[in-house]
Design a protein around this ligand. Structure first.
Ligand code: TXA
Ligand code: MG
Length: 352
């Protein structure tokens, strides 16, 4: 693998005319040379390269250690870039773009002639989104091409929500990281597929909720791919089948009361094991363990999403042998939170 002195390019996202910012230009110069750089989006940091360059795409897969049958999302800054990228746009997709772009919604569409097979892993469709982050939009614009970008973590690790997380995973593997501070949403975009009959299917829950989608396309018109949760079915989104977001220690979800969770912890500690608990701010005081880490505030699920990956990553420093985590209602952004937690736990849930 190529090796680099990974640079950090700090960009204040509130600055004017970011497209002329020296650090944004620096990042775009690497992209123009078919290299890959990490950049912030409103969801998580992405590892971006020219979507039209087979070499850049190969570098993305190499730097992340990503399985080559898992296709990438193409990021655009302007809808004009859809030309050649997709071959048609159903009405439902147009409605979704009007409502949610720029924003955390990825739309799977029939692929156009200008898309490399390497981006789509041989599928006849391509996933596209317009991120709602001024730095991401500026880098795409300065590069002058759509950018393929998966989350900028090593394959299998929690997605990065800060430049430090990216550095932990990819130092030495990429030329640089555009550091625009912490991302906002915290979980990745929702991936949907649109069909001509006006229905849409959620392939991966994310920052845009089921309820928000239903408000746009109509009651009863939003399906959820059953392959997301049922291991016996092949998911329509290839990435969904892989292990994801895993902390180093075994992680189990606990569907029950704090007292029940504490009993599980006590049993492990009595056996001499170091135990971590993933909880929320409201409940920190209820637990005794070697490491009690909150992810946001339970009464405000958006904050749970925002801090989730950071919390999962911090158990690695805490050096625990076992982690127990609380569960959340699956409504609103809770669907995405629980999807990531279930993946992270490899489907292990203990019910009271
Ligand atoms: O928020 C996000 O979406 C972040 C930021 C960086 O934009 N990106 C991201 O990319 O999460 P990644 O590669 O980690 O996840 C992309 C997901 C995978 O599950 C992949 O299988 C799916 O999108 N996907 C990509 N192209 C697809 C296609 N043509 N059909 C179905 N699923 C697709
Ligand atoms: Mg990812």
């Amino acid at each position: 693998m190529k090796s680099f002195q990974t640079e950090r390019w700090i960009v204040d996202k509130s600055e004017q005319s970011l497209i002329d910012h020296p650090q944004v230009i620096q990042a775009s110069l690497w992209i123009k040379q078919d290299e890959v750089v990490a950049l912030p989006t409103e969801t998580v940091y992405g590892l971006a390269g020219n979507a039209g360059s087979d070499y850049a795409i190969a570098r993305i897969f190499e730097a992340k250690g990503r399985p080559s049958d898992n296709p990438l999302i193409v990021h655009i800054s302007d809808r004009k870039q859809l030309e050649g990228l997709v071959s048609s746009i159903p009405k439902s997709a147009e409605d979704l773009m009007n409502k949610f772009w720029p924003g955390p919604l990825t739309i799977v569409l029939p692929k156009g002639t200008k898309v490399s097979e390497k981006v789509t892993a041989g599928l006849s469709t391509v996933a596209v989104r317009m991120p709602n982050h001024p730095v991401a939009l500026a880098v795409i614009e300065a590069s002058g091409v759509p950018l393929a970008a998966p989350s900028a973590n090593l394959s299998g690790k929690p997605s990065p929500t800060t430049a430090n997380h990216v550095y932990e995973d990819l130092k030495g593997r990429i030329p640089g990281i555009v550091d625009g501070g912490s991302t906002g949403v915290g979980v990745e975009s929702t991936v949907v597929e649109c069909t001509d009959n006006g229905e849409i299917t959620i392939l991966r829950p994310g920052g845009v909720t089921f309820e928000e989608l239903e408000n746009v396309v109509g009651l009863g018109k939003v399906m959820v791919d059953p392959g997301i949760d049922d291991e016996k079915l092949a998911p329509r989104s290839p990435g969904v089948k892989y292990t994801h977001y895993a902390p180093n220690a075994p992680f189990v979800l606990v569907d029950g009361s704090p007292e029940f969770l504490q009993q599980l912890v006590d049993k492990e500690r009595a056996a001499g094991r170091r135990v971590g608990i993933l909880t929320t701010e409201e409940r920190i005081g209820l637990y005794r363990a070697d490491s009690v880490i909150p992810s946001g505030v339970r009464s405000n699920p958006e904050t749970v999403a925002q801090h989730l990956y950071e919390a999962l990553r911090s158990f690695n420093e805490a050096n625990v042998d076992q982690i127990f985590g609380e569960v959340f209602p699956k409504t609103g952004v809770g669907a995405a939170i629980m999807n990531r937690l279930e993946k992270s736990a490899g489907g292990n849930v203990i019910k009271e």
